[in-house]
Structure formats: structure tokens, C-alpha cells
Write a protein that binds this ligand. Structure first.
Ligand SMILES: Cc1cc2nc3c(=O)[nH]c(=O)nc-3n(C[C@H](O)[C@H](O)[C@H](O)COP(=O)(O)O)c2cc1C
Length: 192
């Protein structure tokens, strides 16, 4: 079954590197037959939250929020691409997520992190997992952590260094776990 996946990336930094990992995930999930939408804060250009989508009268929300609402509503699962800023989740990622709520309901989420350091941004994953639970999209236990982001990935989103065979297996496991939950919860939502 082909799923609609939404990949949400959280950096607006000049010279940002995590976009490479976001592209990698979009490409690899696409190769497995999924439709992948990339929510990129540099394209969305959302203000720091003033009103949530739900706070607008019907048809009165800014176009970008209407479009994002439609994308999120049709998504079967959400994949976070989080850097680690001072051991925490980057603000642009939190900002995108806070605009919505019902759109996430009863859908799985998955955490991926990255950094320039050997830790791969892992310290941002626990606060992010709590946040995702509160948003109603429970995070699956499988995660991906990408260290040395600028060295291991090129600008096209290809993994070019760092034990390629092992990382491929890791991705396949991660993807199959998320797809399992994505399909299971989609079927359950359709029945309820
Ligand atoms: C404000 C800020 C805080 C950072 N804090 C951490 C950190 O806690 N741990 C870490 O491994 N790298 C940290 N870094 C380095 C990032 O891993 C690196 O800059 C990475 O490229 C950021 O992702 P981005 O390029 O997608 O914005 C920090 C970078 C910034 C800009």
C-alpha cells in the first residue's frame, strides 16, 4: 500500500545542512513507493505563531496554512527531521508543528535527528518524542540519527560516507517499521 508521508524539516539557518538529510529521506521513502511531501520552513515562511490554523474562520486562514492543512490532513505518517540546537529541538520545527493539531490525530510519527557532531543530534529526540505524543501522533520506537551531516551527505541528499551498507539496512528497518504503523493506523482510521 502506498502511503502519503509528510517529512517536516526544522531549519531556516543560512547555509543549513540538514536539508541534505531531509532530501535523502524524501528520496529513499519515494523509492519505496510512498508519496512524500517535504514541509520546508524556507518555502513555507510561516510567522512565529500568532494564530493556530483552527483559530481562523473557515476560508480565512492564509493560503500557506490552507495548503499545509490539506497536506497534513491527507498524510498517513509524519517524519521529523530535527537538528540539535543546544541539546534541543530547533524552533522552526516546533513552530510548524504548533500551527496544527487535529490533522495529526491517530497517525504515527517518526523521529530522525542529525548534527555535525558524532552524536547525530540524538539529544533532541527525547523532548521531541514527548512533544509528538502530546500532538496526538505517537512516535514509533525506531529512529534514525545522522552524525557528521555535512560530511556524510552531499547537497543532492545522497549518503556518500559512513558505513553505507550498515546505514542502508538501518534505513530499511526504520522505513518498514514506520510503514507498518502507517498502514495499520490508516486501516484502523478507515474503520472507525
Ligand atoms: C544554535 C545552535 C545550537 C547548536 N547546538 C548543537 C548541539 O547542541 N549539539 C550538536 O551536536 N550540534 C549543535 N549545533 C551544530 C549543528 O549540529 C549544526 O550547525 C547543524 O548543521 C545544524 O543544522 P542545520 O544546518 O540544518 O541548521 C548547533 C548549531 C546551532 C546553530
Amino acid at each position: 500500500m502506498s502511503l502519503n508521508l509528510c517529512i517536516i524539516y526544522g531549519s531556516t539557518r543560512e547555509g543549513r545542512l540538514g536539508i541534505r538529510f531531509a532530501k535523502y529521506l524524501q528520496n529513499e521513502f519515494g523509492k519505496r513507493g510512498n508519496n512524500c511531501f517535504l514541509a520546508d520552513p524556507n518555502n513555507l515562511k510561516l510567522d512565529t505563531l500568532k494564530n493556530r490554523y483552527v483559530d481562523y474562520d473557515k476560508g480565512k486562514a492564509p493560503k500557506v496554512l490552507e495548503e499545509l492543512h490539506n497536506e497534513f490532513t491527507k498524510s498517513d505518517a509524519f517524519i521529523m527531521v530535527s537538528g540539535e540546537y543546544n541539546h534541543f529541538v530547533p524552533p522552526a520545527l516546533i513552530n510548524i508543528l504548533d500551527y496544527f493539531y487535529d490533522e495529526y490525530r491517530r497517525k504515527p510519527s517518526a523521529v530522525t535527528t542529525y548534527s555535525v557532531s558524532p552524536f547525530g543530534g540524538v539529544r533532541a529526540s527525547n523532548p521531541l518524542r514527548s512533544f509528538l505524543s502530546q500532538l496526538g501522533m505517537p512516535p514509533i520506537n525506531a529512529m534514525l540519527h545522522a552524525p557528521f551531516i555535512g560530511k556524510h551527505f552531499n547537497e543532492e541528499g545522497e549518503r556518500i560516507e559512513g558505513d553505507l551498507e550498515e546505514r542502508k539496512k538501518e534505513f530499511e528497518f526504520f522505513a518498514s517499521e514506520l510503514e507498518w504503523y502507517g498502514i495499520a493506523l490508516k486501516e484502523a482510521r478507515n474503520k472507525s
